[in-house]
Design a protein around this ligand. Structure first.
Ligand code: COA
Length: 331
C-alpha cells in the first residue's frame, strides 16, 4: 500500500498589509490590546476583485512548481475554505478551471480552521487506497469581506486575515509521508463560533434586510469558551495521534499548530512540555487564516529550512464546529 507524501508546498498572501493601528480607526480597539491578547501585529487583506479561488491558484502554482509537477499531472483537487467565492459551486471546481485542467474530481471541504487536516485525511485515504496518485490540497480564505469592522465586531474581526496555502501529495514508499491523521467534531458547539447568513434555514429568503441590520452575516464567537476548548482539544488530539503513531513529543523536530491566538499556542506548547523553538508561528504577521493557516506556515517553514528529510513533523488544529484534527508526518 503506498503512503501519501507531501512533495511540494506553496502559499500566497495578498500584498496589502493591515496593521493593528488601521483597525483602531473603525473597531474601537488598540494595537496594545490586540498584541497583548492575541500576539497579532498585522494581517493581509485582498485588493478589491481578488477571490478565495484566486488566492488558492497562486498557492497551488507554487506547490506544483516545488513538486516539479504540472496541473495536468493532478488527478484530484481538494479545496478547504469557509469563505468560498460563491455559495455554489465550490472553490475546487473554480480552481480546476483556473488551472486549466478538465474532468478530474474537485472536492470542497467545509471544516473551518480544521479544514486542512480534514483534507489531509481525505488525500491520505485516496492515495493509500490507490484511488488517486497525485492530489492537490489547498486551504484558502478571504475573511476581510466578511468581517464586522465596526466596534460591534471587534472581538472577532481583529483576529482574521486573508491568505492561501497548498500542498501536492503523491504516492510514495512506506514509512515516509503522512503516518497518521485523526480528526473529530462536536456539533453541540455549532453556535459557539458560527456565521448564520446567508443560510437556507432563513425564511423567506436566505438573507434579509433585517438580518443585515442585525449583523447576522458576520461571524459570532464565544471567545473565552472557544479559547478553553482550543487549548484542551489541541493538546489531547495531538497526544492521541502521536500515541497512535508511536511517536513522542520529544521526537518532534517541528510542530505546526493552527494559528488562532499566540496565547493558545503558548499554552499548548507549555502543556506538552515542548521547547518553543520547535513550535512554528506566523500569527504575528498573518493573523488567523483558518483553512490557510497550517499550509501557509508549512510552506514558510520548509522554505526557511526548518524541515529536513526524515524529521518528525506534527500539525494540530481546532475550530468552528467544533472541529479538530492532528497529523504526524515523517518529512
Ligand atoms: N479591542 C479592545 N477590547 C476588546 C476587543 C478588541 N478587539 N475585543 C474584546 N475587547 C474587550 C471586551 O469587550 C472586554 O471588555 P470588558 O472587560 O470591559 O467587558 C475585554 O476586552 C476582555 O474581553 P475578553 O473576551 O475576556 O478577552 P480575552 O482575553 O478572552 O480575549 C479573544 C478575547 C477573542 C482574543 C480570546 O478569547 C480568544 O482568542 N478566543 C479564541 C479565539 C479563537 O481561537 N477563535 C478561532 C478559533 S479557530
Amino acid at each position: 500500500m503506498p503512503n501519501a507524501v507531501i512533495t511540494g508546498t506553496g502559499h500566497y498572501l495578498p500584498p496589502r498589509i493591515v496593521l493593528n493601528k488601521e483597525l483602531e480607526q473603525s473597531c474601537d480597539t488598540s494595537d496594545e490590546w490586540i498584541q497583548e491578547r492575541t500576539g497579532i501585529l498585522q494581517r493581509h487583506f485582498i485588493a478589491p476583485g481578488q477571490t478565495t479561488s484566486e488566492l488558492g491558484l497562486f498557492a497551488a502554482l507554487e506547490a506544483l512548481e516545488a513538486a516539479g509537477k504540472k496541473p495536468a499531472d493532478l488527478d484530484y483537487i481538494i479545496f478547504a475554505t469557509l469563505s468560498p467565492d460563491v455559495l455554489f459551486p465550490g472553490c475546487g471546481c473554480l480552481l480546476q478551471s483556473r488551472l486549466g485542467v478538465e474532468n478530474i474530481p474537485a472536492l470542497d471541504i467545509r471544516n473551518q480552521c480544521s479544514g486542512f487536516l480534514y483534507g489531509l485525511q481525505v488525500a491520505n485515504a485516496l492515495i493509500r487506497s490507490e484511488a488517486a496518485r497525485t492530489v492537490l490540497l489547498v486551504g484558502a480564505e478571504v475573511h476581510s469581506t466578511g468581517l464586522d469592522l465596526s466596534p460591534n465586531g471587534r472581538e472577532v474581526s481583529v483576529l482574521f486575515g486573508d491568505g492561501a496555502g497548498a500542498v501536492v501529495l503523491e504516492a510514495g514508499p512506506q514509512g515516509r509521508g503522512i503516518i497518521r491523521v485523526e480528526v473529530g467534531a462536536d456539533g453541540r458547539h455549532a453556535r459557539d463560533l458560527w456565521c448564520e447568513g446567508p443560510g437556507s434555514a432563513e425564511h423567506p429568503e436566505r438573507i434579509t434586510a433585517q438580518m443585515l441590520l442585525d449583523g447576522r452575516q458576520y461571524p459570532k464567537m464565544k471567545g473565552r469558551l472557544v479559547f478553553r476548548h482550543a487549548v484542551q482539544t489541541m493538546k489531547s488530539s495531538l497526544l492521541g495521534v502521536l500515541d497512535a503513531a508511536g511517536v513522542s513529543v520529544g521526537d518532534l523536530a517541528l510542530l505546526i499548530p493552527h494559528q488562532a491566538n499566540l496565547r493558545i499556542i503558548e499554552m499548548v506548547t507549555r502543556m506538552l512540555d515542548m521547547p518553543p523553538e520547535r513550535v512554528a508561528t506566523n500569527i504575528q504577521l498573518v493573523g488567523n487564516t483558518t483553512a490557510g493557516s497550517i499550509p501557509i506556515l508549512l510552506d514558510q517553514s520548509r522554505r526557511a529550512g526548518r524541515l529536513n528529510e526524515g524529521d518528525w513533523l506534527a500539525m494540530t488544529a481546532f475550530g468552528s464546529g467544533f472541529t479538530w484534527g492532528s497529523a504526524v508526518i515523517k518529512w
